[in-house]
Write a protein of this length. Structure first.
Length: 139
């Protein structure tokens, strides 16, 4: 990915929690986000770490794989929602893997389109960032 200067400026300094149980994918996301000027928190490779970081870490948003070592990530999503933090589901399941209550959240389907991830995260800088329907990806 070759981020343009505008996107790098917009994302610079964002603190992003990554919850992904596949180490290679987590490393790829960490590298890509770091290249865009983000500070990656985690990555959390298991639910115990994900829950702790979702509750305690100072973050601006999060990328959540839905299936973390056989467990659904919904408890982490609920904590982030309660804190008013934006997040994107990053999954191979697409929208089919979402709960009804999460249908308005953005979804990035594997294999990842990093340009789309940048679009989603750029919206986190806007005043509408906490409104899940403001960043919904078209079906």
């Amino acid at each position: 990915m070759d981020p343009d200067a505008h996107n790098a400026d917009v994302l610079r300094g964002l603190r992003i929690l990554i919850v992904e149980d596949e180490a290679m994918i987590a490393s790829f996301l960490e590298d890509a986000l770091t290249d865009l000027g983000c500070e990656v928190i985690g990555p959390a490779l298991n639910m115990k770490d994900a829950l702790r970081l979702a509750r305690e870490a100072v973050i601006d948003g999060a990328g959540l794989d839905i299936n973390i070592a056989g467990e659904k990530v919904y408890a982490v999503a609920d904590i982030l929602a309660e804190r008013g933090l934006p997040f994107v589901f990053m999954t191979g399941y697409g929208r089919a893997g979402l709960r009804d209550s999460d249908r308005g959240r953005p979804v990035l389907q594997k294999p990842y389109n990093l340009d789309r991830l940048v679009e989603i995260m750029t919206q986190w800088r806007s005043p509408l960032a906490t409104n899940p329907s403001s960043s919904e990806e078209g079906a």
